[in-house]
Design a protein. Structure first.
Length: 301
């Protein structure tokens, strides 16, 4: 059984996290051998997790959705060999309504490596790009527009709430002062430099870049990520057959808290994992992104 997935073409390189763990849970799903069973992959990305399920479980078909057109194109290439077993839709999971029930609803939240790595997407404080950060590039406002629209207090609250950033007030003050003086930032590095300047000198060069939390906050706000997750957590159970699974991988505490509460409190679900499953040392050493991944599973009653 193949239990590793790396989506890789010249522009799209992404290593799927906790892939073996996902496969182990899929093995447990009671599938009806006489008909095709369905996995809804709510965050298809380049199609890494979906390809793995399609390869290892011939009785499972996939509907994969993503709000990012570039990811959709990469997944279409990756999943072409599975023909009609893989159906791909360009949409936001908060607006999705399946026409049939699934044995598995899966979401691997957040951004993919190519979204971060491609400077032109504007997610990175390591490479310079425009302050965009939209996963769906044909919708919504860019990060540059968001910071221009918010007043200092609302910007500070946003950075605190979505980034859990203790220097949120200083950072918001600095950003609004810079915008008042210069009109705009030249790009992501210019903003990251300004944010780093709000940290006390001794703490600027730690393991975590000072812009990490503020960039996370802006990204969450630009893409309305927590609103979309709340809708997925509400609607998802209705997409699943009895005894089917709802599996979610999250990457920060705000998401994980929402998943944990929803799985615990939903009348339609029973928790399968009481504690989240995390990546093993070997995976973390080959894929540092997996360090913060938390996988939780619930079963449809
Ligand atoms: C971590 S990547 C998924 C990678 C994928 N599991 C793989 O193995 O290749 C997350 C993907 O979810 C997409 N995404 C995030 N929020 C979404 C939403 N609300 N609706 C649809 N897609 C979303 C992003 O555009 C991104 O491509």
């Amino acid at each position: 059984m193949k239990e590793e997935s790396k989506v890789s073409n010249s522009n799209f390189k992404h290593l799927s996290v906790l892939a073996n763990e996902l496969i182990d849970f899929v093995k447990e799903i009671p599938c009806n051998a006489s008909k095709k069973n369905l996995m809804i992959d709510a965050t298809l990305g380049g199609g890494g997790h979906s390809a793995l399920v399609l390869e290892n479980f011939p009785d499972i078909n996939v509907i994969g959705i993503d709000q990012d057109k570039i990811a959709i194109n990469a997944a279409s290439q990756q999943l072409k060999k599975f023909g009609e077993r893989a159906e791909i839709q360009h949409t936001n999971f908060s607006q999705f309504a399946p026409s049939e029930k699934a044995s598995l609803v899966f979401a691997d939240l957040g951004v993919s490596s190519p979204q971060i790595d491609q400077a032109s997407r504007g997610f990175s404080f390591q490479v310079d790009g425009p302050l965009d950060m939209r996963m769906n590039q044909s919708e919504g406002i860019k990060a540059s527009e968001l910071i221009a629209q918010l007043d200092e207090r609302d910007l500070a609250n946003l950075i605190y709430q979505y980034g859990e950033e203790k220097f949120s007030r200083r950072i918001a003050r600095r950003i609004k002062n810079d915008l008042a003086t210069n009109g705009s930032y030249s790009g992501t590095l210019d903003l990251a430099y300004a944010i780093a300047g709000c940290y006390p000198p001794k703490t600027r060069f730690g393991r975590i870049h000072p812009a990490t939390r503020t960039f996370q906050a802006l990204r969450i706000a630009v893409n309305k990520e927590l609103d979309a997750l709340e809708i997925l957590l509400n609607n998802g159970p209705d997409w699943i057959h009895q005894n089917g699974l709802f599996i979610i991988i999250s990457f920060h505490s705000l998401e994980d808290r929402m998943v944990k509460r929803a799985f615990l409190n939903s009348e339609k679900l029973v928790r399968v994992t009481k504690k989240p499953i995390t990546a093993k040392i070997h995976e973390i050493s080959t894929n540092p992104r997996s360090r913060s991944a938390k996988l939780r599973v619930a079963k449809r009653k």
